[in-house]
Design a protein. Sequence first.
Length: 270
Amino acid sequence: MSAGGAGAWAGGSFGERGSCVLAPNPDLMTLDGTNTWVLREPGARRSVVVDPGPSILEHLDAVAETAGEVGAVLLTHHHLDHSEAAREFAERMGCGVRALDPAYRLGSEGLGDGDVVEVDGLEVRVVATPGHTADSLSFLLPAEGALLTGDTVLGRGTTVVAHPDGQLGAYLDSLDRLHALAERAEARTIWPGHGPVIDDALGVLDFYIAHRRDRLAQVEAAVGALAEVPALELPRRVVEVVYADVDPVLWGAAELSVRAQLTHLGHLGH
């Protein structure tokens, strides 16, 4: 889930190992739609599919055509625009679904921080990045210097950290973890769950961290100015101040982010 506008992004091939099949589910929260990533080692028989996306037959047909034989389906997190079709697609392709949350797995194999998924020479390293959701994972493709971030970092705009499943403290820690990978040049490019590929991983992570710091300062200032407002009304009033330049259609999502920010700052109970 994200907050942002539309743009010209249609997926395609990236590096020697990545193909993005864009799902036809665009809206205010998914940008152009969900990016389903197909990863395959050059010359290999089987592929890995990340986030099969929504249960739309034309999309799953396109993913199957791109993927060929599939060794594993991986999920970045449980939100339906990423996970809805995972089980049906995996059953169709004769493989399992690996996810952090056991409820979304098909088969006995899960996923956790530090795991390495290997399929026909392809190596995918799992990085725990909770914050957007409790079960959010990112996947590092070392051979490409590419980081598949799901909704933790988007190709355009910034992500929603939705209280209570989303935790801002965890999210900030996750951004720091990804930033360290970029600083070491292990991650040079970002292949996100929505929006276009980003060629400058370090630059966008610098921006994300600075944006969160600035937004927290704005929320803190708004709380000071709204000192007389009852606690029950505070999140919406903060939205009206801090997100005044955001389309009111997105204020519901913004309020979930504000609740996460207020909780992080100690102005709301957990």
